[in-house]
Design a protein around this ligand. Sequence first.
Ligand code: G3P
Ligand code: CA
Length: 275
Amino acid sequence: MSPPASLNLGYHAKVRRKEKLRWLALLPLYPLLYYGTYFILRGPRPANPQIIAHRGGPAYAPENTLAAFKHALEMHVDWLEMDLHQTKDGTLVVIHDASVDRTTNGSGLVAELTLAQIRALDAGDGEQIPTFEEVLALVQGSGVGLLPELKAAGMERELLRLLEAAEYTQRTVVQSFSAQRLETLQTLAPEIQVCRLYGVEMLNLPQPESARYLAPPATAVLLNPWQIRQAHTADRRIFVWFGGLEHPLIMRWLLALGVDGLMINDPSALAEILD
Ligand code: G3P
Ligand code: CA
């Protein structure tokens, strides 16, 4: 005589639950398998990962100011990262936001203020918003790399003019989230090196022919380290930027994965790790 149908159902439910639990117990193994395979196949790691002072290193001085850049130079960082906007009267100035509200004691859009108005503002600790020309004067002879980011349209010609006048084109890599701005720049000056920035959503980096440098956020690299391998195979470099994940453990992990440089607010933390 066969058991009642309800007993049979109970038995099958138990078996299914057991199977599910077995798969769940294996969950911790998946990342191990994923990263383990990557580590086996990742190829050689860069011998000299680059320290990039993001916005000059706001851990020590107000962001994007000469004080920050001077401090970063004293720390012998490899690169200075900075953001560019253009004043109403056409000067390239170093500031992250389109408006001066967050980082100064003033208000208004950079594009609607003259250089004189911009210079009257306090960018923190009595610092002024620097012009890009001042940064170029500061870095003369230092050999430090420059990573200026085009934060607005229409600055390409003026940027190239300043770089050429300062003879700093070869130590500069211009960054942008906009492929079009980088294309314009390279049409004007094919020899200029560019770095394509990507947002958090970009897990698989499109690799534009012209960009020797790619800059994804840390999260994208952590989730898909294979893009490092792909970039290296195509002779490209990966400079990672952070969006709040700047922790020594994450830095160590990114270095182990093989990134070429880290844009960080606290360059000394990375210097310690590399030491
Ligand atoms: O340029 C890399 C990184 O700086 C991009 O983010 O907002 O700090 O300019 P953001
Ligand atoms: Ca930037």
